[in-house]
Design a protein around this ligand. Structure first.
Ligand code: ADE
Ligand code: ZN
Length: 332
């Protein structure tokens, strides 16, 4: 069909779509106390202002985990996902693959069922009202002790969601430096034994060797961010050859100080080397409210891709999607 009909995304953390507006609203309705010693939490506007000055991934994650502590009930998770789908619809998104971080909610006493049911209701509504298809990807947190991720993976409801198709696969996120992929070898081997699809954040703040380890040790079929790949030309050639999809997040890399501007990203190098990549928003509510279309526009302004190059980007995204072959064929 027509590649212009695609913006699809593969790298959006649903908790990263929590706007300060919804954050304060849910804190109030759930009686959740926000930090009183941090001026940023005084109001919606002071929080937005603070989000303009993240120093690093970890500085952002500090706010990200406080933010999501306001999510308590099933309808909170539904409201969060619905807020995202409305933005996605406005940007012309036809298919979305959405990360979520169950460990960050389970640790606060929220059941997996509460989380998943809220998301499912929003997903069904997005399909009915906007025709947006979507998949969920269950992420594990690399800053927590490894046994915590194994315990979460072995929660019966969580494992069932991964084997019965209601969740499309697993990912690995949170602080990267100092938490190499190798730590999660057992988790990924267990998932592989079930035939579960696997991805991992690698090469966002961490080195190119983390990308190699994610491929070789974790057996991932795609790589989230992966911009450090440009530091290892041999590995880059291999990733191009294998056709592994990188889910690049331009505004995220700028907001978290990986690069000074989108123009510093290795987009041209990836295109020239034949690396497959898609363009994504990561945590739009924290990164200047730049949803997917703003990320496409920033890449176009910085690199002036040809129509044919955009077609390659869009087709790579569709081919790398974790949806049915039938849905892929509709989108291609
Ligand atoms: N969790 C949410 N956003 C993330 C990112 N950009 N990198 C790692 N973990 C994350
Ligand atoms: Zn991410």
């Amino acid at each position: 069909a027509d590649a212009y009909s695609w913006p699809g995304e593969h790298h959006i953390h649903i908790e990263g779509a929590l706007t300060p507006e919804l954050l304060f609203q849910l804190a109030s309705s759930n009686g959740v106390t926000l930090p009183t010693d941090d001026h940023a939490f005084q109001s919606v506007s002071t929080l937005y202002e603070r989000y303009q000055h993240f120093e690093s991934l970890d500085d952002f994650l500090h706010y990200y985990y406080i933010g999501m502590s306001v999510l308590v009930t099933e309808s909170d998770f539904e409201a969060l996902a619905w807020d995202y789908f409305q933005h996605a619809a406005r940007d012309g998104v036809v298919h979305a693959e959405v990360f979520f971080d169950p460990q960050a909610h389970l640790s606060r006493g929220i059941s997996y069922e509460t989380i998943l049911s809220g998301f499912k209701t929003a997903q069904t509504r997005a399909l009915e009202e906007f025709g947006i298809t979507s998949e969920l990807i269950c992420c594990f947190l690399r800053h927590l002790p490894v046994p915590d991720s194994l315990a979460a993976f072995n929660i019966p409801e969580l494992q069932a969601s991964l084997t019965n198709g209601s969740v499309a696969g697993i990912g690995l996120d949170s602080s990267e430096s100092g938490f190499p992929p190798l730590l999660f070898k057992d988790l990924y081997q267990q998932a592989a034994a079930f035939g579960i699809r696997r991805t991992a954040h690698a090469g966002e703040e961490g080195p190119a060797s983390y990308i190699r380890d994610a491929l070789d040790t974790l057996g991932v079929s795609r790589v989230d961010h992966g911009v450090a790949l440009v530091q290892d030309r041999e590995l880059m050639a291999r990733v191009a050859e294998q056709g592994t999809l990188l889910t690049v997040c331009p505004w995220s890399n700028v907001f978290l100080k990986g690069v000074r501007s989108v123009s510093e990203l290795p987009i041209r190098e990836f295109l020239d080397a034949g690396v497959q990549f898609s363009i994504n928003s990561d945590d739009p509510a924290y990164f200047g409210n730049h949803y997917i279309l703003d990320n496409f526009c920033a890449v176009q302004e910085a690199f002036n891709l040809s129509v044919d190059e955009w077609r390659r980007v869009c087709e790579a995204g569709i081919r790398g999607s974790w949806c049915s072959e039938q849905r892929k064929a509709e989108m291609l």
